[in-house]
Design a protein around this ligand. Structure first.
Ligand code: ADP
Ligand code: NG1
Ligand code: MG
Length: 480
C-alpha cells in the first residue's frame, strides 16, 4: 500500500526531461493547413475576418481530456491519470486599441459578448459560456506578471469537444483564453504555471475544481497518458500496455457543472469528512481542508484510511446540525467559514460513502500505474477490472453516475475489458478499455444496442459521440 505523495517505480532521467519541459512556455507552431484541423482553422479565420473586418494575428488551441482513472479526487489532493484528446478549442485572436474584449463563436448558439477587458465581473449564478473566457483573462491579469492594463482583444472561438460531457470543454476554453492573453502580451509563462493559474481562475465560475483538466491541457504530450500529481504539480508519462485502445462513448445526457451545486456538494462532503476525521484523530480540524492533507497528517496508508473511515463515520446522511455538533461549532460557522456559497442550503451530507470512494479511488490510480509499469501478462485485463471498480464506486458511493452511463458500462461488459464514467459524471461520457482487435465489433455493438435507441443520436454522425482516442498533444500557439 502506498502513502500519499509517494511516487514509485519512476525513471529519474525521464522525470527530469519532463519537468524541464514543463518549465518552458507552450510551443509556438505553424498553423495547420491540411486535414480536418486545417479546415477548421480556415473556417474560423473566415468567421473572424467577417466579424471584425480584419484577419487574426495568431491562433491558440487547447485540448479536452479523457480521465482514465482517478475521479473526484484531484480536489482532495490525490493523483489522477488523464490523457489529452484530439478534440480542442481553437481561438483566432487579434489585439484592438479600444481596451475591449470582443468575443464571438462559430457556433452561433453561443452568443457574442463584449466588455471592458480591464473591468468586468464574473457572475457565478449564471451559467454562460463567456464566463470561462473571462476567467482566463482574469487569471493572466491577476497572476501573469503584467505591468499595466491589458490590451483589448478580438477573439473568435471554434470548439469540437462535446460540451458538458466530462471531456473538459470548460477548461479547454479557459486554458486557450489564458494562452491567448499571455501570447498577445508577449508573456512567456511556463506550462506548469499556466496550468496552476488556470486551475485557480476557473473557480470564478463557481465550481471548486481540483486542477486535473488545466494540468493535462498544458502538460500533455502526444502518445502518452500522464499521471498528474499535485502540490507540487508533477506530470509523469506512463506507457500503457500494448494491444489495448480507449473508446469514448457519450451517454448524450449533458451535465453542465456550473449550473447546479452537485459538484461543489461533493467537494464540501469531502471537506466535512476531512474535518470530522481530523477532530477524532486529535488534530485541529480548522487546519484541514482535504482528505489528502489528512492522510499525510495521520501517516497512514490508503487502505488504512479506508478502515479509519469505516470506524469513524456511519453510512448514512449527516445533518448540518450534526456536523456542527461533532465539530463543537455552529451551523452559522459552517456556513460562513467552511461551506461554499452554493452549498449553504444543503442540509444532508453523505460523508462515509464519499470518503470511502476517495481513498479507494486514490489507491486504484496507483494500482493502475503499477500494472502499466510492470507490463506483465494479463495487464490489460487487470486495468479493465480496476476501471470497472472505479465506475461502481462513482455509481454507488459517490452517486455521480447517470442511468445512461450505467447502461453503457453494463453493455460494455464482455466485449470491453472495463468501462467507467469519465469527468465529473451526472451524464457525459464513458471511457472503455478494449482490445484493439475487438474495438470495431465493440463500437458496432454500442451503435446497435445503445445509439440506435437514442433519439438524440438520430441523423447525427456517430463518430462525434463514439470514438477511439489516442493521447493528443498539449495547448499551443499557431502562427502563419
Ligand atoms: P465539461 O467541462 O465536462 O465539458 P462543463 O459543464 O464544465 O462541462 O463546461 C461546459 C461549458 O463549457 C458549456 O456549458 C459552455 O459554457 C462551455 N463550452 C464548451 N464548449 C464550448 C464551445 N465550443 N464554445 C463555447 N463555449 C463552450
Ligand atoms: P469536468 O467534468 O470535465 O468538468 C471536473 C473537474 C475536475 C475533476 C473532475 C472529476 C473542473 C474544471 N473540472 O471535470 O477537476 O474534479 O470533474 O474527477 O472543475
Ligand atoms: Mg468542466
Amino acid at each position: 500500500p502506498e502513502m500519499v505523495q509517494t511516487s514509485q517505480c519512476h525513471n529519474e532521467a525521464t522525470d527530469n526531461t519532463q519537468s524541464e519541459m514543463n518549465t518552458k512556455s507552450p510551443p509556438v507552431v505553424k498553423v495547420p493547413t491540411d486535414g480536418e484541423q486545417g479546415q477548421r482553422v480556415a473556417a474560423l479565420e473566415e468567421s473572424f475576418t467577417t466579424e471584425f473586418s480584419h484577419p487574426p494575428q495568431f491562433f491558440v488551441r487547447a485540448p479536452g481530456r479523457v480521465n482514465l482513472i482517478g475521479e473526484h479526487i484531484d480536489y482532495c489532493g490525490y493523483a489522477v491519470f488523464p490523457m489529452a484528446v484530439e478534440q480542442d478549442i481553437i481561438m483566432a485572436v487579434a489585439t484592438n486599441s479600444s481596451s475591449k474584449l470582443n468575443l464571438c463563436n462559430v457556433d452561433q448558439s453561443y452568443l457574442s459578448y463584449s466588455c471592458d477587458i480591464n473591468n468586468f465581473e464574473i457572475d457565478p449564478s449564471v451559467a454562460v459560456w463567456h464566463n470561462y473566457v473571462l476567467c482566463g483573462i482574469r487569471g493572466i491579469r491577476e497572476e501573469g506578471g503584467l505591468v499595466g492594463p491589458l490590451t483589448g482583444l478580438n477573439i473568435a472561438v471554434s470548439g469540437n469537444i462535446p460540451p458538458s460531457s466530462g471531456l473538459s470543454s470548460s477548461s479547454a476554453l479557459v486554458c486557450a483564453t489564458a494562452l491567448a492573453v499571455a501570447h498577445a502580451h508577449h508573456l512567456s509563462l511556463a506550462r506548469d504555471m499556466l496550468a496552476e493559474i488556470c486551475a485557480r481562475c476557473e473557480r470564478h465560475v463557481g465550481t471548486q475544481g481540483g486542477g486535473m483538466d488545466q494540468a493535462i491541457a498544458f502538460l500533455a504530450t502526444a502518445g502518452e497518458a500522464k499521471m498528474i500529481e499535485f502540490n507540487p504539480l508533477k506530470a509523469t508519462a506512463v506507457q500503457l500496455p500494448a494491444g489495448g485502445t480507449f473508446v469514448v462513448a457519450n451517454s448524450l445526457a449533458q451535465a453542465n457543472k456550473a449550473a447546479n451545486s452537485n459538484y461543489n456538494c461533493r467537494v464540501m462532503e469531502c471537506r466535512l469528512a476531512t474535518k470530522i476525521i481530523a477532530k477524532r484523530a486529535g488534530l485541529s480540524w480548522e487546519n484541514y481542508q482535504r482528505l489528502g492533507e489528512l492522510q499525510v497528517a495521520v501517516k497512514k496508508s490508503l487502505p488504512e484510511m479506508v478502515e479509519m473511515v469505516k470506524e469513524i463515520l456511519e453510512p448514512r446522511p449527516y445533518t448540518k446540525q450534526e456536523v456542527a455538533t461533532l465539530l463543537d461549532t455552529t451551523t452559522n460557522h459552517l456556513d460562513n467559514v467552511v461551506l461554499s456559497e452554493n452549498t449553504r442550503d444543503i442540509q444532508e451530507f453523505y460523508l462515509h460513502d464519499r470518503a470511502l470512494h476517495v481513498f479507494s479511488e486514490a489507491n486504484r490510480v496507483w494500482e493502475f500505474r503499477r500494472v502499466c509499469e510492470e507490463g506483465r501478462e494479463g495487464a490489460l485485463h487487470k486495468l479493465g477490472k480496476i476501471m470497472l471498480a472505479s465506475h461502481r464506486s462513482t455509481q454507488r458511493m459517490y452517486d455521480c453516475s447517470h442511468p445512461k452511463l450505467d447502461q453503457l458500462v453494463d453493455l460494455s461488459e464482455g466485449l470491453a475489458l472495463g468501462g467507467r464514467l469519465t469527468g465529473a459524471g451526472w451524464g457525459g461520457c464513458m471511457v472503455a478499455l478494449v482490445e484493439e482487435s475487438k474495438a470495431e465489433e465493440y463500437k458496432r455493438k454500442l451503435e446497435k444496442e445503445f445509439y440506435s435507441h437514442e433519439p438524440a443520436a438520430k441523423g447525427k454522425n456517430i463518430s462525434t459521440f463514439l470514438f477511439s482516442t489516442r493521447p493528443g498533444p498539449a495547448a499551443c500557439v499557431y502562427i502563419k
